[in-house]
Design a protein around this ligand. Structure first.
Ligand code: C5P
Length: 403
């Protein structure tokens, strides 16, 4: 879901950080949101309304009495139109007005008339931020249900370093997206554990056995679950991909470590999505030192032992977690997958044909069949792993009992 098609009203108030608000607006638009802007008179002294008008292709509200239609109530129209309001940059002045309910210009009046979610992104001088009055006002806003993003510490416009800087536009967009998901997403309040990547089974301190799994599918699923407001724990055997800040990433190496880590978090999960490609075998013992080649022996034998089946092991302690597995197959896709669904006691199995080079391991696209007990398999069309993850998360959300 994210911010797609959401109506975001951006309130720009007068501070040197106004220029960054244009980037924030662009970020929201890039996420598929529809944005309208209102500005205080002070803000228009830093950047003209034309900038925001051109970016949003919508009129910019600056004056309550400027409309040529006297029947039209622009501030109420904007307040009612918006799904969420973002005040960026928010000066100490607008924060004080919001905290006391003052309505004396287009921005403060519209904000008072807004009933939906409000996110305040303050930017000001450090001493203004630390002033007892601002601290009191922020506490009032928080108590009123307004979400406040903490300002960054760094170089201020005054030429010295301090707290009060506007965070980077991309961080603001991520923050707003996260807050929105936490309040409205289908998985809000849910705990979801996702695994990603091929496990690395140690041979010695510098060598391991692994497989071609890139972890892309697991990371895309973690992101999609977070975008629906879930508290996501991502157990990953790879470090090369990045997850959203809100995702709790735990890096592990082998299957045993993955299982031990998952056990710690299992009880409180609502769903477990096992996208990791767990190695079937691991070396019987891990050499403490790097194994040397010897002059007299051209043959080397590595003794392997079976890894525990993580899903099967976890299923023993299962209460009402929805268990989702993946089956990467190179032949007899459906027959093998059906067998795994039953054997691992899963609620859902996502089967894909990894013999095709354009999908599956390492690719950005995937094409899968979703198998569930007593339900006809659903073959999904080929799509990006991001899109597919969104669809799979929807299907998993459908399986969770209402809260
Ligand atoms: O390897 P296999 O085809 O059996 O994997 C099917 C599912 O079981 C996957 O979701 C995989 O992550 C999981 N699995 C597991 N423990 C293993 C092997 C696989 O949980 N030892």
């Amino acid at each position: 879901m994210g911010l797609e098609n959401k109506h975001i009203a951006v309130y720009v108030t007068g501070g040197i950080a106004v220029y960054k608000a244009a980037e924030v607006v662009r970020g929201f638009i890039r996420q598929g949101a529809v944005v309208r802007v209102a500005m205080t008179q002070d803000a228009t002294k830093f950047v003209t309304p034309l900038t925001f008008g051109a970016l949003t292709k919508q009129p910019v509200l600056t004056d309550l009495f400027a409309g040529d239609n006297d029947q039209f109530v622009p501030h109420i129209a904007l307040a009612d139109w918006s799904d969420l309001a973002v005040i960026v940059p928010a000066t100490a002045n607008v924060i004080a007005k919001m905290a006391t309910g003052l309505a004396d210009d287009a921005v403060s009046t519209t904000l008072l008339a807004t009933t939906g979610l409000k996110v305040v992104v303050p930017a000001m001088n450090e001493h203004m931020w630390d002033a007892p009055a601002t601290t009191r006002n922020i506490a009032t806003l928080t108590a009123d249900g307004v979400v406040v993003m903490q300002p960054d510490t760094g170089l201020l416009a005054e030429g010295y370093s301090g707290r009060g800087r506007l965070p980077e536009p991309s961080a603001i967009v991520d923050f707003v997206q996260h807050v929105w998901a936490k309040q409205t997403g289908r998985l809000r309040g849910r705990n979801v554990m996702v695994t990603a990547g091929g496990t690395r089974e140690r041979i010695d301190p510098v060598r391991y056995i692994s497989n071609d799994s890139s972890g892309k599918m697991g990371y895309a699923l973690a992101r999609a679950a977070a975008n629906e407001g879930a508290n996501v724990t991502l157990i990953s055997s790879i470090i090369s991909l990045s997850a959203p800040d809100s995702v709790h990433v735990i890096t592990v190496s082998g299957a045993q470590e993955m299982l031990d880590t998952m056990k710690t978090y299992f009880a409180q999960q609502d769903a477990v999505i096992m996208a990791a490609a767990v190695a079937d075998f691991k070396p019987v013992s891990v050499a403490e030192q790097k194994i040397k080649k010897t002059a007299d022996n051209d043959l080397m034998t590595l003794q392997l032992t079976k890894n525990p089946d993580i899903l099967k092991t976890l299923s023993v302690d299962k209460t009402d977690q929805i268990m989702v597995g993946f089956a990467a197959e190179t032949e007899h896709l459906l027959t093998n997958a059906q067998h795994k669904l039953i054997d691992k006691k899963l609620d859902m199995l996502i089967a894909n044909d990894v013999s095709r080079k354009d999908i599956g391991f390492n690719a950005d696209q995937n094409q899968v069949t979703v198998i569930r007990p007593n339900v006809e398999p659903v073959q999904l069309p080929q799509m990006t792993k991001t899109k597919l993850s969104e669809q799979l998360i929807e299907m998993i959300a459908d399986l969770l009992p209402g809260k």
